[in-house]
Design a protein around this ligand. Structure first.
Ligand code: ATP
Ligand code: MG
Length: 331
């Protein structure tokens, strides 16, 4: 069967952008004919400084969140990147066939490094490690949010480059990006930026684990413009368009239907409608997260099983790669 691989960083709690941009698709795919593998990418997480205790806690929480959202470990391999050392090995090899010019202009690096005085080398290498993740499992499809397109293109380029140099080894991966609403959920505080786990302003993100009160407060405080009508105009009114997108995704209603339904409301009143829809959709998931977190041993056992399954594939690929690169003494 064709292979699907994707990853998510334990850099904070899961937000609705992660959910609609990636996780929802992950769940659909586990019921398809594909062989699916999902990875908690804690090697990627340390490309920006993390407090060790917090990182451990976030890893467990992310696992609980993924299960609560509907990832089924019987159908999907769910594992922890740092437990499979082959990711780092392949990353090194790929970094030796990448030019620096390829990495400097990538938007995620530009965004994340812009705020830093000293830029960690790991942040620069981030997309190479991501290519290694994908290639290690000989992945055909990568379900990710729209913000990752350029990184997938780098993985395609490195695949071609490796295959040309050392002989055919890796299939070319294709991104799978939800097309419906160009699912890039924006920050509630600044609709020109994407919603991000690592955003220091907690009001910018709606977390899956937020209580109904927290959700309502955040949506109520979302920055909007000075026009009171609710209209969908992503270019001129990105903040209101973002609320409509979130609402449409959560309620499965089209944007046109929603605009028609709420034409008698101003944006202030409309926010309560959005908040209600969010609470209705995510509160049951939040309660499941709480349950999973009461049982950390179970979460750990799920990941351990996943680690073993992932390692089996990763070891095979690395053996093949090492021989092709010319490492070892076996001719
Ligand atoms: P960080 O700020 O630490 O980078 P993040 O919120 O960007 O965190 P990631 O772990 O980097 O989350 O990405 C996990 C998945 O979620 C990726 O497939 C990414 O494309 C998707 N994703 C992240 N943010 C959004 C968003 N705002 N809208 C849609 N998809 C998103
Ligand atoms: Mg990100």
């Amino acid at each position: 069967p064709k292979k699907v691989f994707s990853g998510i960083q334990p850099t904070g709690n899961l937000h609705i952008g992660n959910y609609f941009g990636a996780i929802k698709k992950w769940i659909e795919l586990q019921d398809s004919e594909y062989d699916v593998t999902y990875c908690i990418v804690d090697l990627h997480a340390i490309t920006l400084p993390q407090k060790p205790k917090q990182l451990t806690e976030n890893t467990l929480k992310l696992c609980a969140n993924l299960l609560a959202c509907g990832i089924n470990p019987e159908k999907a391999t769910l594992f922890l990147q740092s437990e499979v050392k082959e990711h780092s090995e392949l990353c090194w090899i790929l970094s030796c066939i990448t030019t620096m010019a390829r990495l400097t202009h990538l938007p995620q690096f530009k965004d994340k490094s812009a705020k830093l005085k000293e830029i960690p080398l790991g942040l620069y290498l981030y997309p190479i490690l991501q290519a290694a993740d994908i290639m290690l499992y000989k992945t055909n499809f990568v379900p990710v949010g729209e913000d990752q397109i350029q990184h997938i293109q780098l993985a395609q380029h490195l695949t071609k480059n490796f295959n040309n140099r050392f002989g055919y080894t890796f299939p070319t991966c294709q991104p799978m990006i939800s097309e419906d609403l160009s699912c890039r959920i924006k920050s509630l505080r600044d609709a020109t930026k994407k919603m991000s786990k690592s955003d220091p302003d907690p009001k910018s993100c709606v977390m899956i684990e937020d209580t109904p009160d927290q959700m309502t407060t955040k949506v109520k405080k979302a920055l909007t413009d000075f026009i009171s009508q609710v209209t969908f105009d992503p270019v001129n009114r990105p903040s209101v368009a973002n609320l409509l997108t979130i609402h449409s995704l959560t309620s499965n209603k089209s944007i046109e239907t929603i605009c028609e339904e709420v034409k008698h409301l101003d944006t202030g009143q409309y926010k309560f409608v959005v908040a209600d829809a969010l609470v209705e959709h995510f509160n049951p998931i939040r309660l499941k997260v709480e349950d999973y977190l009461k049982n950390p041993d179970y979460l750990q056992s799920i990941l351990e099983k996943g680690n073993d399954k992932a390692r089996e594939v990763a070891e095979k690929t690395i053996d093949e790669v090492k021989a092709k690169v010319g490492w070892g003494l076996k001719a």
